[in-house]
Design a binder for this molecule. Sequence first.
Ligand code: A3P
Length: 294
Amino acid sequence: MEAPPRPELFDFHGVPMTKFFTDNWENVKTFKAKPDDIVIATYPKSGTTWVCYLLDRLFFGKTKPEIETSLPLYMRVPFLELCIPGYPKGKDLADQLTITPRLIKTHLPVQLVPETFWENNCKTVYVARNPKDVAVSFFHFSRMNSIHPSPGDWDGFLQRFMEGKLTYGAWHQHVVGWWEKKQTYPNLHYIFYEDLTENVGREIDKLCTFLGLSVSAEEKESIMTAVQFENMRDNKLTNFTNAPLMNLKVSPFMRKGKVGDWRNHFTASQSERCDEHYKQLIRSPGLRFRTEVI
Ligand code: A3P
């Protein structure tokens, strides 16, 4: 199918959005969550796919091997608000899931998440990543994915990122909003891309505690292998081969998978400006971002 023209951003309840994430809003807003649904929430380009696959393997790696070998991850873990003409809507895919628990992905800022998830006290995993690597990843993603406005050049893109003028709005409001939610909603597990990179085994243990799961040493080893960057990159079911509207020849979805790729894009002055900007904006106690993992 031919890609639709690049969308315009517009103000949606105070957040810049495009029609591909808002056209099905009435149905998204009234989505009927179930108590055992698990939400995976992130600002775009923060490691969503990584954590979706990790949870998919943790829950279904043993019991549903046939799904593991046939359905792409983006069908197994529906993207709730996604609505692209000619393709199944995320909300409908979620409704159609017959597995338990349903894993549901969203990039919505916390204030726009359908109430029914909170009413049902659904377990929620939020993944955050440092703003410099997010900006670089979002830039390349916008080059290859026509459901976002065209990124233009890197300097202009970075400027708009820092001003919160990209789809899903300001990165800092997203990560801070979810961090604050965690203070009053115990069923929220907040993790960092950098921590996953540093020690995925440790993060799996924490996820298992949060989700009430136990895995054998053997299963854990097999999950750790499956979710390695190279293995997800080479796996057609996780690397977005055949995904709607992505041109993987322009930039692969599984691009670098590293902490610190920002060094290959930021000038010294861009880096300084960005550090200073977020030093002013991220002031919540306990919320810290690492731009290096040594
Ligand atoms: P890069 O563009 O920096 O490579 P999302 O899933 O939220 O869209 O995030 C995509 C980013 O996560 C991309 O970052 C992608 O390469 C990275 N990623 C995906 N799977 C990963 C994995 N198994 N290990 C490390 N990074 C991963």
